[in-house]
Design a protein around this ligand. Structure first.
Ligand code: FMN
Length: 335
């Protein structure tokens, strides 16, 4: 979540909050903003639009500082304001010359299609969520948002409590024909989802799973799982941090993901502590039933004590060698 007001006013905030991949420009990027003002959100979106494929409004962040500023989940009580923000943003992007025709602009010939979307939590009383979505959506034949992501927990539900599947089923059934509805929450591994949907039968888009060991393949969906035929996609946060190969159907983080991450950090440096944080997440036990980890707890602690990137590379290479794993040959061609 990028704070729109700060993004608009401060070049340092813009540079530190938004960076994009120039290595794989075909991968879409959505910039998500925190805002409570139609003018601020539309200005921030206008500034970000040349570099991203769409903008999203965060109506789900439960942190107290955000809610105190009427940002994030506090917006779940301000449905008209959210509607006004997305209308103003769509208008501004259209005025700037971007294609905001939703499905009609997915294959915009000049690559100028831009989406406007919203991520929400649910209310304890789901009728309020239905009212919220109905208001923000507007005219369903000319809707105000491209898609909606639902995190089926209330603002006060701990992330240790499973997502509310009944709420997800009701809301996807109700709105899934009107716009694409995505779910966020408890996407831990593709094989252990408590629901199934048509798109889960499709091949992953972002990475090849051709070389994956048989043991890592996703089993066929069980009959017992709730079918959500109108669910259009999924978002993962905690489990994806631990296993960036999740959507390529890996049950746990493979060494290859660590190698790709390290190569990318060499190409586009991150602050060392941030890079080490990602490595400890990827090398720890993930969120699926397989609790195995690439590094032991002692090794992860050692990793956090390193103070330069060369030592990090040497440490990872040494661990891999001690386990008989092929080292990655890093050539200047890679870099
Ligand atoms: C480290 C971290 C950062 C997050 N940042 C954002 C954010 O910027 N915007 C947002 O909408 N949600 C954010 N979330 C919430 C997630 O998008 C997601 O809704 C929530 O964690 C539940 O999904 P999960 O079970 O896949 O983690 C964040 C979650 C985590 C763990």
């Amino acid at each position: 979540m990028i704070l729109a007001k700060e993004f608009n006013r401060n070049e340092f905030a813009r540079n530190s909050d938004l960076s994009i991949s120039t290595i794989r420009p075909e991968l879409p990027t959505i910039a998500q903003f925190g805002s409570n003002s139609p003018l601020e959100l539309s200005r921030a979106s206008s500034l970000a639009a040349p570099f991203v494929n769409g903008v999203d409004l965060n109506c789900g962040c439960p942190q107290s500082w955000a809610c105190a500023e009427t940002l994030g989940a506090a917006l779940m009580e301000k449905r008209e304001l959210v509607r006004d923000m997305v209308i103003a943003t769509r208008q501004r992007l259209g005025d700037d010359g971007w294609g905001v025709g939703k499905e009609a602009d997915i294959d915009n010939p000049k690559g100028k299609g831009r989406s406007v979307s919203v991520k929400i939590r649910v209310h304890k009383d789901l009728r309020k969520t239905v009212d919220f979505i109905t208001t923000v959506l507007g005219d369903e034949h000319n809707r105000n948002i491209d898609w909606l992501t639902i995190h089926p927990r209330t603002r006060h539900t701990q992330s240790s409590v499973p997502i509310n599947l009944e709420a997800l089923e009701l809301l996807t059934n109700m709105f899934g024909d009107k716009l694409p509805v995505l779910v966020s929450g408890d996407v831990f591994t593709l094989s252990t989802l408590p629901y199934t949907s048509h798109f889960l039968q499709l091949q992953p888009t972002f990475a090849s799973n051709a070389d994956k060991p048989e043991s890592n393949k996703v089993p066929a969906p069980g009959n017992a799982r709730l079918n959500l035929p109108k669910l259009a996609g999924m978002m993962s946060a905690r489990a994806l941090l631990a296993n960036p190969a999740l959507f390529a159907e890996y049950e746990t983080c493979p060494w290859e993901a660590v190698d790709i991450f390290m190569t990318n950090v060499a190409r586009a440096p991150l602050p060392l502590q941030l890079a080490i944080h990602h490595l400890t997440e990827m090398c720890g036990a993930g969120f699926g039933p397989d609790r195995s980890a690439l590094l032991s707890k002692k090794e992860r602690i050692h990793l956090t004590e390193l103070d330069n990137w060369i030592d990090v590379i040497d440490f990872i290479d040494d661990v891999k060698e001690s386990r008989g794993i092929e080292p990655v040959v890093r050539s200047t061609m890679d870099l």
